[in-house]
Design a protein around this ligand. Structure first.
Ligand SMILES: NC(=O)c1ccc[n+]([C@@H]2O[C@H](COP(=O)([O-])OP(=O)(O)OC[C@H]3O[C@@H](n4cnc5c(N)ncnc54)[C@H](OP(=O)(O)O)[C@@H]3O)[C@@H](O)[C@H]2O)c1
Length: 243
């Protein structure tokens, strides 16, 4: 896994991934919506040993996605893609105004599914490759505090499950990443408690899982057990909880 596309490369988790891949001497393609931000990330990763190209475009314009892959392919073949962009919308606003929820779905879910679709076909044609996308533990069970975000992540998870089933015989690996709380700009407004992981730790877990061909990663590891318990709570009890 040497030639890698990072989608949403300015995200804190993607930057941590980039730093660890740079230390391996990877060739990276950074995709994001801001050319200026991408160049800052690229400069840092080049100093750390990566060969880096950048491509900025509007992720919410799905018609632009296949063209971005075509531009990347002109530079050579790719071994892996990590889909890392996302937004944590305002749940209360989404409850009052479906336009806000629709925007969340466009960025967080439909955009990701569009990227997954074009990379599934690209790697299937190539007969090898790794597709990894960041979902969330929030997708494991709908909770009143963030069910719009959770639904976008649940959709990614189910889509990836289907892709894994489709692409397994074609030699393509599909990794669903489910982080718990990670200390990034997305969660800067939340209490930075004991459960808050560092992006570097999460990125280390992600690369280990991608290297070993794992299907589903909870990171840090204890979220697998926390979410198992949360999923097992009977609905009759769950409806009474303020989660
Ligand atoms: N942090 C957590 O606790 C946590 C937990 C579970 C899952 N995740 C998931 O992990 C992934 C990375 O998040 P992070 O925590 O690293 O957050 P982050 O540092 O805030 O990064 C968010 C990224 O998404 C990009 N983005 C947001 N809206 C976009 C749009 N409309 N078009 C294109 N790009 C857009 C941002 O681009 P700009 O830099 O241009 O703004 C940035 O690269 C996300 O999928 C997130 O849902 C995070």
């Amino acid at each position: 896994m040497k030639n890698i596309i990072l989608i949403g490369a300015t995200s804190a988790i993607a930057q941590a991934l980039g730093r660890q891949l740079a230390a391996r001497g990877a060739r990276l393609m950074l995709w994001g919506r801001s050319a200026d931000k991408l160049e800052i990330v690229a400069a840092d990763l080049r100093v750390r040993g990566a060969s880096v190209d950048c491509d900025a475009f509007d992720f919410d314009n799905f018609a632009a996605h296949p063209a971005a892959l075509e531009r990347a392919r002109k530079l050579g073949d790719w071994d892996a893609v990590f889909v890392c962009h996302g937004s944590l919308g305002d749940q209360k606003l989404c409850e009052q105004d479906f336009a806000a929820a629709e925007k969340e779905f466009r960025t967080n879910c439909l955009g990701a599914l569009s990227f997954l679709t074009i990379f599934a076909n690209y790697f299937e044609g190539q007969g090898r490759g790794t597709i990894a996308a960041i979902g969330s533990v929030a997708g494991d069970r709908g909770r009143q505090s963030n069910y719009v975000y959770g639904t976008t992540k649940a959709a990614i998870s189910t889509f990836m499950q289907g892709l894994r089933n489709r692409l397994h015989p074609k030699g393509v690996r599909v990794l669903t990443i489910k982080p718990g709380f990670v200390s990034t700009p997305m969660t800067a407004h939340l209490k930075q408690g004991l459960l808050m992981a560092k992006p570097d730790k999460v990125a280390k877990d992600i690369l280990k899982a991608a290297d070993s061909g794992k299907a589903v990663l909870y990171t840090p590891w204890f979220w697998r057990w926390i979410m198992l318990i949360i999923r097992l709570i009977p609905e009759s009890i769950f409806v009474r909880l303020k989660l």
